[in-house]
Design a protein around this ligand. Structure first.
Ligand SMILES: [Zn+2]
Length: 255
């Protein structure tokens, strides 16, 4: 029914109760979770979670804020993981000019390498972008549209003009707990105005828990709270909102 398209289920935050977290998600109707494996430790852990839990899939890559988590000399680890049957995307990759210090050139290099990998294995990319939308759009445009559904800008936080550029290139946007925050009317207006077949839902857990849990550890089951907010914004039933988003998930990730 509902897919959490962006979870960090391998984080130690869940070591004590991961089974319960996954079970609670199922109970809430969140039957699919894409966990993000980033770097030499997180990639194998994420694949292990795919093997352990039904309905868990993975994206594999290197996060722009922790490029040291996978050196170029160990790149085959990522290349091999990308061929795993439960890997549905490459990433998260992208640009982050928020967390200091950052090296724009090196982020761009890693981003391009992961776009190239996505193209070769025919998987969409999951893009993380913070304070860097202009450069990210430029890189994506230069790289070119490499498949019908090239991927998603996760935790989308830019304006409508940027969203339109992202759509033009074929990408979707994904929103999470922020959609429920009192101080985020602009995001709700964006979501209301944008085409319904271009939107995905996520938690980005353990971060960004939706209301009424804001500030707590987030978990995949709470994607349902984001879906409920989306239904309210779209003025449709939860079932109808979930059906539309599920069709979007299917088109991008094939699950
Ligand atoms: Zn993430």
């Amino acid at each position: 029914m509902i897919t959490d398209t962006h979870a960090h289920l391998d984080y130690p935050d869940y070591d004590a109760d991961r089974d319960e977290v996954v079970e609670r998600a199922r109970q809430a109707g969140v039957t699919q979770i894409i966990t993000i494996g980033i770097g030499r430790k997180s990639i194998p852990s994420s694949l292990a979670l795919c093997d352990k839990y039904e309905g868990v899939f993975a994206a594999v890559g290197v996060h722009p804020t922790s490029l040291d988590a996978l050196g170029l000399e160990e790149w085959t680890l990522l290349e091999d993981a990308a061929k795993h049957p439960r890997v549905v995307a490459i990433g998260e990759t992208g640009l982050d000019y928020h967390h200091e210090p950052f090296d724009k050139g090196r982020q761009r290099d890693y981003f391009l390498r992961q776009l190239d990998l996505a193209k070769r294995v025919d998987r969409p990319v999951v893009i993380h972008c913070r304070n860097a939308y202009e450069d990210a759009v430029k890189i994506l445009r230069e790289f070119g549209r490499f498949r019908k559904e090239p991927g998603v800008m996760h935790c989308f936080g830019a304006d409508r003009a940027t969203a339109e550029q992202v759509y033009e290139m074929g990408y979707m946007i994904s929103v999470g707990g922020i959609l429920t925050f009192k101080n985020a009317p602009a995001l709700r207006e964006l979501v209301e105005a944008m085409p319904r077949d271009r939107l995905l839902l996520e938690t980005d857990c353990p971060f960004l828990a939706p209301a009424p849990h804001r500030g707590k550890r987030n978990e995949p089951g709470w994607t349902r709270l984001v879906a409920e907010k989306l239904a309210e914004i779209w003025k449709v039933s939860l079932e109808e909102a979930a059906r539309q988003v599920a069709a979007n998930v299917k088109r991008v990730f094939g699950i």
